[in-house]
Write a protein that binds this ligand. Sequence first.
Ligand SMILES: Nc1ncnc2c1ncn2[C@@H]1O[C@H](COP(=O)(O)OP(=O)(O)O)[C@@H](O)[C@H]1O
Ligand SMILES: [Mg+2]
Length: 441
Amino acid sequence: MTELVDAKARDRILSDYETTFFVEAAAGTGKTTVLVGRIVGLIRSGKGTLARIVAVTFTEKAAGEMKLRLRLELEKARLHAGPAERNRLDKALEELELAHIGTIHAFCGDLLGERPVEAGIDPAFKMLDDAAAEAIADQTFERWLQRILADPPEGPRRILRRRSGGEPPHEQLRMAMHALCNHRDFAQAWRRDAFDRQKAIDVLLDELAEVGELASLSSWTDDYLARNLAEIASFVREATRLEAVRGRDYDGLEADLRDLATNRRRFKGWDHKGAPRTTFGRLSRDEVLARRDGVRTKLKAFVASSDADLAPLVHDALQEAIVDYESLKSKTGSLDFLDLLIKMRNLVRNDEKVRKELQGRFSHFFVDEFQDTDPLQAEILMLLAADDHAVTDWRAVEPCPESCSWSVIRSSPSIGFDARTSRCTQKSRGSCSAQALNCFI
Ligand SMILES: Nc1ncnc2c1ncn2[C@@H]1O[C@H](COP(=O)(O)OP(=O)(O)O)[C@@H](O)[C@H]1O
Ligand SMILES: [Mg+2]
């Protein structure tokens, strides 16, 4: 069999335990295989024990598979091991069910369960799965919606005027609530840039009306571009129909303009180009087309700006519902997946004693599919692997290979079974004294 071009890199991952590795390669090229092989090698050589190893990945399925593959490889390695090595491998097999080989959430759940007082959580905390957490969020959302409906704050008020083009408005608000719940770790207020919505709407309506009027000048009334212009003219007429009676309704117009820009079923003509020979008074088809497309670009820009203007308002208005969600969970002593990560991060970052203890307890970290890690998860892992007990900012952590090491493995965007895309980058600092991460995949 021909040797793989990256065989040396693979061998190093399997034999050099003093170095932190970041491995990046395409799907199916053998990353998890070398991760498992490295864990087995560490145990077999006596340089590491399963109790001091943390190997995490992000889905239950991948975590289950990693554990299964590790068991198989430990069993396989036993068959050809000498007595001392076999003892170590047997011990690892005994410890496997209790080892921290699994999802990062399970890892955090285990550690929080050991230190509920320091973590500030109910010692008998209950884990909420996604469906249970969603049910509580929905309950608090409905309560919030009933409270605000009589006199909604500006953000929800503007959303509630949306009539079509996707989900109904209350569903859009509910989805916003879920999204915000999942990003509770970003507590800062959202930026709201200056945006003169009324002026933008006034200008846009004038321009739409102007371009719409060109329809009547068309040399051929059935021309597709002329039809689109007539559609625009009728939109403006309809949207401003009641203005004489009740004044300009900016919330309604914002919703209508959004509909005009995004509802492809209702406004089909935006892509029509018309016939080259059709003229519009003194204007050629191309000139009219350029004007129509210019207005369309402005319309899209308006939708983007008004959505950006709306987002911080909705964010602020929904905070009440999110506070309610937090309090309902805490009354029942429940934690959702994000709570696990936030509580764990806070514990590791803010409690030096616990941090030091955990840093001493784990000697090697392995992370499979690192591209799926979010900053909060990376923060927890980096702090646990930090060299310096005093460091509380994970960005200051330098992975280094002495008493603890990382292995980080991640899938690269390239697809296929091309082992040549495998890369093994060594990151080590000779001056580093203690901790690092051993394998990120
Ligand atoms: N060096 C290798 N030579 C041949 N097959 C391999 C090698 N390494 C891994 N494999 C096989 O390739 C498949 C994919 O390996 P896996 O480690 O799951 O890839 P990845 O984690 O990169 O997606 C598995 O069936 C594995 O047994
Ligand atoms: Mg894999």
